[in-house]
Design a protein around this ligand. Structure first.
Ligand code: 5GP
Ligand code: ZN
Length: 112
């Protein structure tokens, strides 16, 4: 089998290690390797999409699903009331480093 082309594709295919905390048919969520908050997960579609800038109308359901997974993680970790941040970086000036769409889930510190 040839290697999947990008880091988050490899993690989603379990070809590279990560601390996966949630998985379903469409997404995986795993711990960020350099956490910027006490809880910092990355919610990653299994299908390779480069960034917000390359989304198409066909991705509507998948993007909505990512937010529902964020809600689910927030509830399961006890942050539904206290709150959390869901953040997406897009492109070089948006701070995107990994060009596979991902949603940062940040919790446990005021202001993220
Ligand atoms: P971006 O800046 O693209 O929005 O965020 C990329 C995130 O991926 C960063 O927060 C960075 O710490 C995280 N990251 C980079 N490489 C790895 C890795 O190999 N494993 C994990 N779990 N996270 C990574
Ligand atoms: Zn990818």
């Amino acid at each position: 089998m040839p290697e999947a082309p990008c880091l988050f594709c490899r993690i989603a295919a379990r070809e590279s290690p990560a601390e996966i905390e949630y998985e379903d048919d469409l997404v995986v969520a795993f711990k960020d390797i350099y956490p910027k908050a006490p809880i910092h997960l990355l919610i990653v579609p299994k299908r390779h999409i480069e960034s917000v800038a390359t989304l198409t109308p066909d991705d509507r359901t998948l993007v909505g699903h990512c937010f529902l997974v964020a809600r689910r993680i927030g509830e399961s970790k006890g942050f539904a009331e206290r709150g959390y941040r869901v953040n997406v970086n897009c492109g070089p000036e948006g701070g995107q480093v990994v060009y596979h769409l991902h949603f940062h889930f940040l919790a446990g510190r005021r202001g993220g």
